[in-house]
Write a protein that binds this ligand. Structure first.
Ligand code: FES
Ligand SMILES: [Fe+2]
Length: 430
């Protein structure tokens, strides 16, 4: 395997298969970057907690008595037993199931069996190992590197750009986590380009303009990126001179009191018409955040990739939360989180996302639902993505594969892999 920096070199299959590469990624990327977790508002009261496993680590996130949030490695400091063994809940103290040590919400050891038999007494001395933790856009973020730069520095322009969206008010309406037979980067690569949209899930072209000449790509320092694709419009490249309106656009028009039939012969004007309509009616319908948005933000998909493992397609009223988590030991397995968050009002977007259009799902966060690859559906678009992820992973083993040939429109993929290499060489945002 090459140890050379990957810039401008084809991406080789080893990056997705090699255990040695996987181990170096863990030490230099996962343990050095800010990682998005669950929602702060899902643990509102002191003692509320949730646990998230990332590779070999398990992270315990706890609401404090002073209303702050702290994150600890989910491991008892007596002899290394797993401390919290349920994914979420509420506790006054965390009691280890092995020898019964009790830990406070702030990570301090409060009680130990036969405490006088220890030198020194663990009560008052032992402390759960804490890691950096911050809250942004309603989400908890953690970083295992005690020397890391702030989350704001890490995110760069994203910090301000996300302010236009009502992320704090969003609720999780779907949370499917799939155990995937592929490397975590096979998932992330897919979300770094729109080149595959026309072929892997052509139905998307009914309401998204995928032409790369009309997609605005921005590469950010730090390995993040933004791709903006026009939405609420049939793709010219699919429909040419004979456009028609698919179900999704028709529903959107109706939601905003526009008659789809009025657009016969001017189907490519739906996007502009919806922008004007949402601008006009949005605030009085409770979408006051539209006032902070550009016209493009009202209809288009702002697709952010946040290094190293998160992608989100943000729409005017919700966001698709796409996250890959590495397997503890196997580079060819990962968890793929396909979650949806919606702003707290029923609208076309949330109806589309919630399978039966049941707005009651907006009342509370949807529980996390675990699936194995191939079980159930993620919706037609993401099903198409999942299939190519699994197929690609198998094919990357071939001695007949000589490495990638990336188009300019796939430059986010290149930047992403370059940044992984740079982290391995010691890059850190400052
Ligand atoms: S390992 Fe936790 S109390 Fe012994
Ligand atoms: Fe896709």
């Amino acid at each position: 395997m090459t140890t050379q920096k990957n810039t401008d070199l084809p991406l080789q299959g080893e990056r997705y298969i090699s255990r040695e590469f996987f181990a170096r990624e863990w030490e230099n990327v996962w343990a050095k970057t800010w990682l998005i977790m669950g929602r702060a508002d899902e643990i509102p009261e002191a003692g509320d907690f949730f646990v998230e496993d990332i590779g070999p680590e398990s992270i315990l996130i706890v609401r404090q008595a002073d209303t702050g949030i702290r994150a600890f490695y989910n491991v008892c400091q007596h002899r290394g037993n797993r401390l919290a063994v349920v994914p979420d809940g509420s506790m006054d103290t965390f009691t280890c199931s092995y020898h019964g040590w009790k830990w406070g919400l702030d990570g301090a050891c409060l009680e130990a069996q036969d405490a006088e038999d220890f030198t020194p007494n663990p009560c008052g001395h032992a402390q759960l190992e804490e890691l950096r933790c911050d809250v942004f856009a309603g989400f908890v973020w953690i970083n295992m590197d005690p020397e890391c730069a702030s989350l704001k520095t890490f995110l760069g322009p994203i910090w301000d750009e996300w302010a236009a969206y009502p992320m704090e008010q969003m609720t999780r309406v779907q949370a499917i986590s799939v155990r995937m037979p592929c490397n975590w980067k096979t998932v992330q690569d897919n979300f770094h380009e729109t080149y595959h949209v026309a072929t892997a899930h052509p139905l998307g072209l009914n309401s998204v303009e995928d032409d790369y000449r009309l997609t605005a790509i921005t590469l950010y320092e730090g390995g993040h990126a933004l791709g903006v694709t026009q939405g609420s419009i049939p793709a010219r490249r699919k429909f040419g001179d004979n456009p028609s309106l698919g179900e999704q656009i028709r529903m959107e028009l109706q939601t905003w009191d526009l008659n789809p039939d009025d657009f016969q012969g001017r189907e490519y004007e739906t996007r502009i018409a919806l922008q004007a309509r949402k601008r006009q009616l949005g605030p009085e319908r409770g979408f006051s955040h539209y006032n902070k948005m550009s016209d493009a933000q009202l209809t288009d998909t702002f697709h952010y990739t946040v290094f190293p493992n998160f992608a989100t397609s943000i729409n005017s009223d919700g966001m698709l939360y796409l996250r890959a988590l590495p397997h503890p030991t196997d580079p060819e397995l990962c968890v793929f989180d396909c979650w949806f968050y919606a702003a707290g009002a029923e609208n076309a977007y949330t109806r589309l996302l919630t399978e039966n259009g049941d707005a009651s799902r907006l009342a509370g966060p949807a529980p996390r639902e675990w699936r194995n690859y191939g079980e159930g559906t993620l919706g037609v678009i993401l099903d198409g993505d999942a299939v190519v992820m699994a197929d690609q992973q198998r094919a990357l083993h071939s001695r007949g594969y000589k490495g990638s040939r990336l188009a300019h429109q796939e430059r986010r993929v290149q930047q992403y892999h370059d940044m992984i290499d740079r982290y391995m060489e010691g890059y850190r945002p400052r």
